[in-house]
Design a protein around this ligand. Structure first.
Ligand code: NAD
Ligand code: ZN
Length: 360
């Protein structure tokens, strides 16, 4: 047996208001006056100086606002990298991603592609990255994806939605300041929070489970149950706990895998552009067969927070469109293997997936 030897985020700051320390953290990492820090920031903060006013730009440092309306694309990463290289006199000192999973993944991918030839699509897969990324920092402003801790950056490319999974992907530094999540809209809070819940269920019920994943997964699941089902938490407690649930949920899948909901949600994302959090919710709602207890509790959480999920999103799809989604989902072999074991193909057929998608 050969065990995986994974890197972890080496530095993490946790605490409300901790974002104020960003400038001090970055200062010693500056490589020179011509080597700027590039801040990739969710454009939801563009008109809100609360974040930007606390970033002190020096020399050629730049803020680039990026919309999180759509999930990150390989072409978008390539464009950002080209722009950064063309406009910087020297290789940047670092990339700082501030936002949700979308911005965190963009920051990771850009930091990798600054030191690696070709396009981001060339590196979608496992362990294809050759050179270490430049210094990169992640500052989540919404909790759930675990992107702040994971070894992947999920990108939609010309022919697949797949992560750049590599030892160079994890952040060098993460700042966990739950105050940054205080203005997240309620529905989005639920969808992204449920990403974490689904990570836990898929990891804890999967065949890849081991004690490393189990302990992190159980911790995250307990936190999710408390956050989404109890009435005893203050807003601050709830925000802090969800931030840690996201982290532990991400740690749990780092050493196992996700499962059916993620495989099918990737299909929806690829064809319809359905975003990850809401896509997982739409799919998970119909997966009683695979995750009976997890789906039961999910429905309780949904009811408690008055969340109404979209329906009929696959109603008007043609057979060839169903095939595209099904092929994307079936291509994620480790996810199916984790969910159902080595003989997953006995249970999962194209017809089966089509019938499930038709319910959504
Ligand atoms: P997101 O980054 O797409 O953001 C969702 C919405 O919330 C956006 O409209 C954004 O502008 C808004 N938002 C974010 N912070 C806010 C704040 N503080 N106040 C108000 N609005 C705010 O959402 P997400 O669910 O965090 O990320 C989804 C992405 O993460 C997908 O692209 C998915 O593929 C990726 N993902 C990556 C990993 C990984 O390990 N790398 C894991 C899971 C998901
Ligand atoms: Zn996820």
């Amino acid at each position: 047996m050969t065990y995986k030897n994974f890197p972890m985020v080496p530095k993490v700051l946790f605490g409300r208001g901790g974002f104020n320390q960003l400038n001090d953290i970055l200062a010693p990492k500056r490589l020179g006056i011509h080597a700027p820090f590039i801040f990739l920031i969710d454009d939801v903060f563009k008109s809100n100086p609360w974040i930007t006013s606390r970033i002190s730009l020096s020399y050629d440092d730049r803020i680039i606002f990026v919309s999180a309306k759509e999930e990150p694309k390989t072409s978008q990463v390539d464009e950002l990298v080209e722009d950064i290289i063309l406009q910087s006199k020297q290789r940047p000192s670092g990339i700082i991603g501030i936002g949700g999973g979308t911005l965190l993944d963009l920051a990771k991918a850009v930091s990798i592609m600054i030191t690696n030839d070709g396009g981001a699509a060339d590196y979608q897969g496992w362990d294809l990255v050759k050179n270490p990324a430049i210094y990169h920092v992640g500052v989540p402003t919404i909790s759930g994806t675990g992107a702040e801790v994971s070894r992947t950056t999920v990108l939609t490319g010309p022919d697949k939605k797949l992560g750049i999974n590599s030892d160079y992907t994890p952040f060098d530094q993460v700042i966990l300041d739950s105050e940054l999540t205080k203005d997240v809209p309620k529905d989005q809070w639920f969808y992204t929070g449920m990403d974490c819940y689904v990570h836990c269920i898929e990891s804890l019920t999967g065949t890849y489970l081991n004690t490393f994943s189990e302990t992190y997964g159980q911790m995250a699941l307990e936190l999710c149950n408390e956050i989404f089902l109890s009435d005893n938490l203050s807003e601050t407690e709830s925000q802090e706990k969800l931030m840690m649930a996201s982290w532990h949920g991400g740690m749990s899948i780092a050493y196992s895998q996700v499962g059916v909901a993620h495989a099918m949600s990737y299909g929806l994302a690829y064809l319809l552009g359905t975003k990850h959090g809401i896509g997982n919710c739409i799919v998970f709602d119909h997966l009683e067969e695979f995750y009976p207890e997890g789906v039961k509790v999910f429905k309780q959480m949904k009811a408690k927070h008055n969340i109404t999920l979209p329906t009929g999103i696959c109603a008007d799809l043609s057979d060839s469109e169903f095939d595209i989604m099904i092929d994307v989902a079936l291509g994620l072999v480790p996810l199916w293997e984790n969910a159902l074991g080595k003989h997953w193909k006995k249970t999962i057929t194209k017809q089966k997936l089509k019938a499930l998608y038709q319910k959504m």
